[in-house]
Design a protein around this ligand. Structure first.
Ligand SMILES: [Fe+2]
Length: 472
């Protein structure tokens, strides 16, 4: 078992090390001097059974540190130590009482006192079977699930693991136990992209997640039908968040399992609710303003592309139900075979920006247009969507890929999608809480330079027309 000790005092650490060797030879004591180092260690080197916190640290409030660490790691005992005056004045009752096995170790103490306090804490951890949370596994038995998908729940009926390399996994979510969003956020900040579930459980998790989103969206559609719309009861942002969550899970299910009936139902639902929301917005800028720019990844890009497509065709005189649905499907699945959210900024396989990605991600990027296009075979009633998807990285100057189609050869349909996709990518990259109008103007100015040519001209005009901010 590993125990983490946060203290700036080297003498304390040395003293504890000797005591652990004498009384708990199997325990590995790891010390850090500040909160950030503790978080780093907990992420990459966990799990830690017990946390020890020095109450005499000048720049750290021991109670707040304890709360943050528990929020991150989940419930486990904390041993607060230091002279009685420090411990009693700096450890808040509510924090100390937060765990039945928390301990106070007052200085000076003797070996037996140390042994008894630590034994109480360690016994609780052993009872929880904590030691078994590090597993040596056959990686092929597990499947990755994007960590964002875990936001949909606060507990799951499966154990979820973090891959710490060398075929070793650490259990970070225990089945049927509540986990916090802070835990997920901390891993995302550390650039952890996936947690792993056992193969069969991955499939069950994905199926249940897709079912849950379908039900939520269908409920929105049933309580707020097109004819009975009540602005006050209609939460734009919440619906778009649901659509983004839906696309994240949609992509994962497509890659992991395939195009199930529930996948088709979810694409239909997201397309229908996008049209529903778009028709109720005065203009697409209203959608852009309420759009939740949290991760700015592939799912956000898919959903925003869909809204921009709707705006372009509304100003292009082409907004039939069929056209809206086709562009909707293209928006939602065109990047389904990409796995790294950061790759949306890459322009083509020759783009130097691709160098920062792995060999596997290069291959995903090179093939994703054709693989995405092939997906359309599984959806009925969506003719022409395959070529829109296969052409979504083409550019007017012929420097796009895979077929270098120039501005004179591209169809209007593809041109509309390319413009919408490009606008969405740029907006996600450039908007950082600044003026929406300014960003739109900036993007449109750049796009006019590249796209005011050939078959892109008229769709570009329609895009300009839909951007109120561009005109002022
Ligand atoms: Fe793409």
């Amino acid at each position: 078992m590993k125990i983490i000790c946060i203290s700036e005092n080297i003498e304390n650490i040395e003293h504890f090390s000797k005591l652990f060797k004498a009384h708990f030879p199997k325990v590995q004591l790891i010390s850090v001097t500040n909160q950030k180092a503790a978080f780093d260690l907990l992420t990459i080197d966990g799990p830690f059974g017990v946390i020890m916190i020095d109450t005499t640290m000048r720049h750290l409030d021991p109670s707040s540190v304890a709360e943050k660490l528990i929020d991150f790691t989940g419930s486990r005992p904390i041993v607060f130590f230091g002279p009685r005056t420090f411990v009693e004045s700096r450890v808040r009752d509510i924090v100390f009482q937060g765990h039945e096995a928390n301990q106070l170790l007052f200085f000076p103490f003797d070996g037996m006192d140390f042994k008894q306090k630590l034994e109480n804490a360690i016994r609780w951890i052993e009872k929880e079977d904590f030691e078994q949370s590090i597993l040596e596994v056959n990686v092929a038995d597990y499947l990755p699930i994007k960590i964002k998908n875990f936001y949909m729940y606060d507990s799951i009926p499966y154990d979820a693991f973090l891959d710490i390399g060398n075929e070793k996994f650490v259990k970070v979510i225990a089945k049927n136990k509540k986990y916090t969003y802070t835990l997920l956020r901390q891993y995302i900040q550390k650039d952890v992209k996936n947690l792993f579930l056992y193969r069969d459980e991955t499939i069950r998790f994905l199926e249940s997640a897709i079912q849950m989103i379908n039900e939520k969206i269908e409920k929105i559609l049933s309580v707020s039908p097109l004819t009975d719309y009540n602005e006050k009861n209609f939460n734009y942002k919440a619906l778009i968040e649901l659509q983004i969550g839906g696309v994240t899970i949609l992509h994962q299910v497509i890659r992991t399992i395939g195009v199930l009936d529930s996948v088709k139902r979810l694409t239909d639902n997201i397309i229908a609710t996008s049209i529903h929301l778009f028709d109720r917005s005065e203009n697409v800028e209203k959608v852009i303003r309420v759009f939740p720019y949290k991760e700015k990844g592939l799912a956000e890009n898919a959903v925003l592309t869909n809204y921009i497509c709707l705006a372009i065709i509304a100003n292009y005189g082409w907004d039939s139900k069929t056209t809206r649905n086709k562009l909707g499907l293209a928006s939602l699945i065109h990047d389904a075979f990409l796995t790294n959210d950061k790759i949306i900024k890459v322009y083509s396989p020759d783009d130097p920006a691709l160098n920062e990605f792995t060999v596997e991600e290069h291959e995903e990027y090179r093939t994703h247009t054709e693989r995405g296009a092939n997906l359309v075979n599984y959806f009925s009633g969506y003719s022409d969507v395959d070529f829109i998807i296969s052409q979504h990285h083409e550019r007017p100057n012929g420097k796009g890929f895979p077929n270098h189609i120039s501005a004179l050869k591209i169809t209007s349909f593809s041109a509309i999608f390319i413009l919408a996709n490009k606008f969405a990518c740029n907006f996600l990259e450039l908007w950082k809480g600044n003026s929406v109008h300014k960003v739109i103007k900036h993007i449109m100015k750049e796009m006019v330079v590249d796209f005011n040519v050939g078959n892109y001209k008229d769709p570009l005009k329609a895009l300009e027309k839909s951007m109120i901010g561009y005109k002022h």
